[in-house]
Design a protein around this ligand. Sequence first.
Ligand code: LHQ
Length: 255
Amino acid sequence: SILFEIKDGVAVITLNRPEKLNSFNREMALLLQKHLDDCKDPAIRCVYITGAGKAFSAGQDLAEVVDPQGPGMNKILSEHYNPIVSRIKALEKPVVAAVNGVAAGAGANIALACDIVVAAQSASFLQAFSKIGLIPDSGGTYTLPRLIGFQKATALMMLGEKVSAADAESMGMIYKVFDDVPFAENAFNIALFLANMPTKGLALTKQALQASEQNSWEQQLAAEDRLQQQAAATEDYAEGVNAFLAKRQPQFKGK
Ligand code: LHQ
C-alpha cells in the first residue's frame, strides 16, 4: 500500500491505495511508520511524501472503523496517526509533502505536519472530521491554528469546508501551488534541492522552529545560541564558508 524508493538522496514515499483514495488502514499506517524509520539512514537527505492516483489521501479508511475485526478506536490515534506525525516532526531532515490531489481528515493533517507542503492546482484540503462527529487529529488542532490563525482554523474545522490549493496557499496553510502538469517534477525539484543542502543545518533549523512553538523570547534566543553552535561545528558549515570565500559552488555532504 506504500511505495518506497531512494532517488538522488531523496526518499520517495508514495501512498498507494489509489482505488481507496489512499485512505489509511492499519497496515498502511504501520507501513508508513516503518518507512519513516527507514528514512533515518544518513544517506537520505530529504523525504518526499506524495499519493498515487487522483488523491493524496482521504484519511482514515472508514470501512475499517466499522469492521468488527478492525483495530478499535483506542488504537487508531495512539498506534497509527500519532506515531506517524511524531516521526515526521522528529526526523532530522526536511520532509516535503507533495499534495497531488485531495487531502482529507488525517490525510490533510499528515501533510500539514511536514516541513514544506506544496500542492497541485487541482488539489484540496478538507478537515473532514466534523462531518462524521469527530475532532481533527494527527496534530491538526496544533498545526492548523499556528499556520492560518485560530479563527480560520476553527471555521474550517467546524464547517468542514474544502479549501482549494490556491486558497490554502494564500492563507498560509501551504508553501506553494504548482500547475497540475508537471506537478510532480516541480515538487520533486524542491526535494532534490533540499537533498543537496547542509542537512544538519536544516535539521537544526527544524528543531529551532519547533522549540519556538513553546519557548519565551529569552528561551528561544538561548536555543538559537545552542543550536547555532551545533550548526557551526558541522563539516557543511566549513564547506559553505570556504566555498563562499573561494567563489566556488559548495559541495555539501550532510555532515
Ligand atoms: C473512502 C474514503 C475513506 C473509505 C473516499 N474511507 N473509503 C481518526 C480516528 C478514528 C476514526 C476515524 O478516523 C480518524 C481520522 C480521519 O481521518 S477521520 C476523516 C476520514 N475521512 C473522511 O471523512 C473523508 C471521506 N471522504 C470524502 O469526503 C471524499 O471521498 C473526498 C472529499 C476525500 C473525495 O471526494 P471525491 O473525489 O468526490 O471521491 P469519492 O467520494 O467519490 O470517493 C471515491 C471512492 O473512495 C468512493 O468509493 P466508491 O466505491 O464509491 O468508488 C469512496 O467511498 C471512497 N473513499 N474516502 N476515508
